[in-house]
Design a protein around this ligand. Structure first.
Ligand code: ATP
Ligand code: MG
Length: 624
């Protein structure tokens, strides 16, 4: 059941997602388009009046007669510049709002969809890479939007305008400029492809530098303890050398490309000038036309010179966006059924009815049957890998079962909403992970409307209060990524406090106290005993001492129930439980088969060594 690889989506999918996001703001899009068309019209029109002005200046002697005409032309130039300025502001301010809104929508939606993906999805994908994809998804939108609406489309309008105007002046000029623009763009695309391998080598060298740095920094203590400083400098030096060479090659290619671009620009400049002079000689062009051609060429050069970068950025953004769109197109693996109802918990009876489940072809649970009565406290024991944690994950519906059903108070958990199901279960996982938020917030996650006083009360019950109050910032302490700044035992106690606060009708503890020392565990057992009263409880523990008080113990092996009963019943039966018990209670002398046999035979004189805490529990059991 490994997560399917996220497929890179097609061009169409990416555009569809972005277009849909943009189309939520039709008025803004319209304003941007109007602004763009006006801007380019002004860009094409203003030089036309310049042409007229220069023609008049060249033709006429300075006299008062021509002044009104000249002022008229200057007024028109001013008008078009005014249009340019206004439409530019209109386009710019609208774009600011549009882009920021769409980016916020996209990142919000992406997060919302991503976070609803299944548990399996998240264990099959690295957190870092997912974070990166979400970020790139929104940035790619910005890049692609800017490329299309602020670069390609306006440039296209301008080129069409300029070519048309020149064509009308003389077809030769228009055709020449049009062909040159087409050739220039093809040249740019060609060299962009040609230098792609060099860029890739350079990007790989960049990655190598980052990886080497990160590896060395995260192993800093090992480097120090093994006096590896010089060795590491040498290693890093050779990586840097590869990186430098890749850089030089890539930049040299750039330099050649720029030389080519320079030649092409010179070529069109001289060529058009020459053609214009020939036409002027035939009386077809006037001085003003030279001004017109120059004005258009300058604007064109400014636009086209970056087109290579714009194209590359556009395609890179496209590829980046595709990764996230792939995630957005992937169906959620565990979904609420259509018309799913709320789970209603009355007594809290849990029934694993002939459940079969596996991650791959081989099932982990095979026809697993277990009925836990409402309010019953059941322990699940068995060797590592027996499938105990899997049982809890299926109950929480982190995975869907392959065959069979899991029912709570007669309701199939696949038919109820996931939210209501998980609200009904307080779960303490085998390896609790915490948010990088304050301890107060982390515990409050159990019941997000709990007051500070309620959080502290729960923390006291879970014996967190002792270590929290010693921290300088107390409950306001941030716990580090995944809770790394706390010890394993402290994390477990926080997770228990959370479960205490949640106080759901079903309680599931997966090795909830495995990282605690015996003394802390003994304390917490009291708190847990309180918490368990009146609830249906499923406890998993390797340390059998912690589960002796349970109403029933289920022994699992290779995904099946192999025995069940109370502690006393099981310890007196030959079997896996007795073997496990003898190993643990005997002070980890499980290899000693003689002793094992004696315990099996119930010889009291050879009673195994037990911790004082275990003695207490054993006595209680016997009193019963
Ligand atoms: N996501 C997964 N993909 C593939 N196999 C998995 C996955 N999770 C667990 N397994 C396999 O399922 C089996 C049962 O795992 P499970 O975690 O339920 O064991 P467990 O009884 O809780 O063991 P432990 O006592 O060590 O916690 C193991 O063989 C494990 O390797
Ligand atoms: Mg487990």
């Amino acid at each position: 059941m490994k997560g399917d690889p996220i497929k890179i989506t097609s061009v169409k999918s990416v555009l569809r997602v972005y277009l849909r996001a943009v189309s939520r703001y039709p008025w803004m899009v319209l304003l941007v388009l109007v602004g763009t068309v006006l801007m380019q019209t002004a860009n094409v029109a203003a030089p036309l009046y310049m042409r007229q002005l220069f023609n008049i200046l060249a033709r006429s002697a300075p006299s008062a007669d021509v002044m009104p005409q000249i002022f008229g032309i200057i007024a028109m130039i001013a008008l078009w510049w005014g249009v340019l300025w206004l439409s530019n502001r209109l386009e710019h301010f609208t774009n600011l709002r549009l882009i920021s809104r769409v980016m916020a929508d996209l990142i919000g939606k992406a997060f919302g969809y991503l976070i609803e993906h299944s548990y399996n999805f998240f264990i099959s994908n690295f957190a870092g890479s997912l974070t990166h994809k979400v970020n790139k998804f929104t940035r790619s939108f910005q890049t692609m939007y800017e490329s299309i609406f602020m670069t390609f489309f306006p440039s296209l309008l301008f080129v069409l305008g300029a070519v048309t105007v020149l064509y009308l002046r003389h077809p030769l000029l228009g055709v020449a400029l049009g062909l040159w623009v087409a050739f220039f763009i093809l040249f740019q695309i060609w060299v962009t492809n040609m230098r792609q391998p060099l860029r890739r080598v350079r990007a790989e060298a960049d990655t190598q530098i980052t990886a080497t740095l990160a590896d060395a920094i995260s192993n800093q203590s090992t480097i120090q303890l093994f006096s590896g400083g010089r060795h590491e400098r040498g290693r890093f030096g050779s990586v840097v050398e590869t990186w430098r060479k890749a850089g030089v090659r890539s930049w040299t290619a750039d330099a050649y490309i720029w030389s080519g671009i320079g030649l092409l620009m010179m070529g069109v400049e001289i060529g058009l000038l020459y053609a214009a002079v020939l036409l002027w000689q035939q009386g077809l062009l006037a001085v003003g036309d030279f001004v017109l051609i120059q004005a258009y060429l300058l604007t064109l050069f400014e636009r086209l010179v970056t087109i290579q970068n714009d194209l590359r950025r556009f395609f890179d953004a496209f590829a980046d966006a595709g990764e996230m769109v792939g995630i957005l197109e992937k169906m959620h693996e565990v979904k609420d059924k259509h018309g799913a109802t709320e789970l209603k918990v009355a007594s809290g009876e849990i029934w694993f009815d002939d459940v079969t489940f596996g991650f791959h072809l081989d099932p982990i649970l095979k026809n697993f049957n277990l009925k836990i009565a409402g309010g019953e406290r059941v322990a699940l024991v068995g060797p590592s890998g027996a499938g105990k944690t899997t049982v809890t994950k299926l109950l929480l519906r982190l995975y869907d079962v392959k065959w069979g059903e899991i029912k709570i108070d007669g309701q199939n958990i696949a038919e109820v909403t996931q939210e209501s199901l998980r609200n009904a279960i307080a779960f303490v996982p085998q390896e609790p992970v915490l948010f990088h938020r304050t301890l107060m917030d982390n515990i409050r996650y159990g019941r997000r409307d709990a007051s500070d006083a309620e959080v502290i009360e729960a923390a006291k019950k879970a014996h967190c209060h002792e270590f929290i109050k010693k921290l300088p910032q107390g409950y306001g302490t941030y716990v580090g990524e995944r809770g790394i700044k706390l010890s394993g035992g402290e994390r477990q106690r926080v997770a228990i406090a959370r479960a205490i606060l949640k106080s759901a009708p079903v309680l599931v503890l997966d090795e909830a106290t495995s990282s605690l020392d015996s003394e802390s565990e003994a304390f917490i057992q009291d708190a847990l005993a309180n918490l368990m009263s009146g609830k249906t409880v499923l406890v998993i523990a390797h340390r059998l001492s912690t589960i002796m008080k349970m109403d029933r113990i289920i022994v699992m092996e290779e995904g099946r129930v192999v025995a069940e009963g109370t502690h006393l019943q099981l310890v007196n039966q030959k079997g896996l439980y007795q073997k496990l018990w003898s190993i643990q209670a005997g002070g980890f002398i499980g290899q000693d088969n003689k002793k094992y046999k004696k315990i099996g035979g119930g010889e009291e004189d050879e009673k195994p060594m037990e911790s004082p805490y275990m003695d207490d529990i054993a006595e209680e059991e016997e009193e019963k």
